[in-house]
Design a protein around this ligand. Structure first.
Ligand code: SAM
Ligand code: SF4
Length: 326
């Protein structure tokens, strides 16, 4: 049972970062000076990613998400999607993207096998978008979201990181967006990573978000799927839903079923754990599938019961989100 940890959690969800590069510079995700990119030879090839994915699926993974950096800037990423979609046992093949290149890629992605999309959008205001992402690509992102809805990838999830003094005044505008669109807007608590200027003053808790929204909309709780990280709500009569990702204030570690592989080939059993296991070098030095399984199993068994808690995380070393792969 390679994917069962010592707390009885079975890991059926693998997130794979396919690049460290990005066409945006979101201030909450990366340091203002940017990140030092790994040389290309340090990144996993498509063949290596496929090999690892097959191994994880053989051991029970049923959901794979491609992320980054921005996954759509990885050259020929559609070919990788095809390879992963061909693995028997993958029920959900998802991608998290900033949406900029989506309208162009969508038909090919869908044909190749992507059946679930999360698109990041932190504001409904063009100028504010520029301030957060340091690029003027609001229109392209919106276009990507509508293209995904039209392509029938339902429900399209829209990820919004909530930050005090930046976009907390827009929560109700996002909720209003769910009236006629079959989207799930997910408000994400702002998380601290090395270099992202997180401070407690910028944090808006799930409870504070909920209170603000309930002043305007009668949110009712909606049914949650097992292992769903978002707490789901809905305004009666609205087409879409509203979710809250409470990673900081009410962590969901006890039901965590996720593992991550970074673009440079490290296995990370917890988003907030600094411990990483280098699977790339093991593969490149001729490691067998059994060697890989052993290394993965040991890492999974070392997974802790829970992360260090919101206030302690701030002081811990971790890589910036862009290098871990959200
Ligand atoms: N570039 C893609 C995108 O933005 O959707 C995929 C990678 S991005 C790192 C994945 C997700 O992580 C995005 O939804 C982003 O908003 C989220 N994220 C990045 N930094 C974060 C932080 N400090 N706190 C909470 N979420 C964060
Ligand atoms: Fe790029 Fe996504 Fe990070 Fe923004 S959140 S800088 S789009 S990787």
């Amino acid at each position: 049972m390679m994917l069962l940890d010592s707390f009885g959690r079975f890991h059926s969800y693998l997130r794979i970062s396919v690049t460290e590069r990005c066409n945006l510079r979101c201030v909450y995700c990366m340091p203002p000076e940017g990140v030092a990119l790994s040389p290309k030879s340090h990144l996993l090839t498509f063949e290596e990613i496929e090999r690892l994915a097959r191994l994880f699926v053989r051991q029970g993974v049923r959901k794979i998400r491609l992320t980054g950096g921005e996954p759509l800037v990885r050259k020929n990423v559609v070919e990788l999607v095809e390879k992963l979609a061909a693995i028997e046992g993958v029920d959900t093949l998802a991608m998290t993207t900033n949406g900029i290149l989506l309208s162009r890629f969508l038909p090919a992605l869908k044909k190749a096998g992507i059946n679930h999309l999360n698109i990041s959008l932190d504001t409904l205001n063009r100028e504010k978008f520029h301030k957060i992402a340091l690029r003027d690509d609001f229109d392209q992102t919106i276009k990507g979201i509508y293209a995904a809805i039209e392509a029938g990838l339902s429900p399209v999830k829209v990820n919004c990181v909530v930050m005090k003094g930046v976009n907390e005044d827009e929560l109700n505008d996002f909720v209003a967006w769910t009236e006629h669109l079959p989207i799930e807007v997910r408000f994400i608590e702002y998380m601290p990573f090395s270099g992202n200027q997180w401070n407690k003053g910028g944090f808006v808790s799930f409870q504070a978000q909920l209170t603000q929204i309930q002043k305007k909309f009668p949110l009712i709780q909606a049914a949650n799927e097992a292992n769903e990280t978002a707490r789901l709500f809905q305004v009666p009569g609205f087409k879409g839903q509203v979710g809250f990702i409470t990673s900081m204030s009410e962590a969901f570690c006890s039901t965590c079923n996720r593992l991550r592989i970074t673009a440079d080939g490290n296995l990370k059993v917890c988003l907030f754990g600094h411990h990483e296991v280098n699977l790339r070098d093991l593969m490149r030095s001729g490691g067998s599938d059994e060697d890989l399984e052993m290394a993965i199993s040991e890492a999974v068994l070392r997974k802790k019961a829970a992360h260090a808690g919101m206030l302690n995380l701030v002081d811990l070393e971790n890589r910036p989100m862009i290098l871990i792969g959200g």
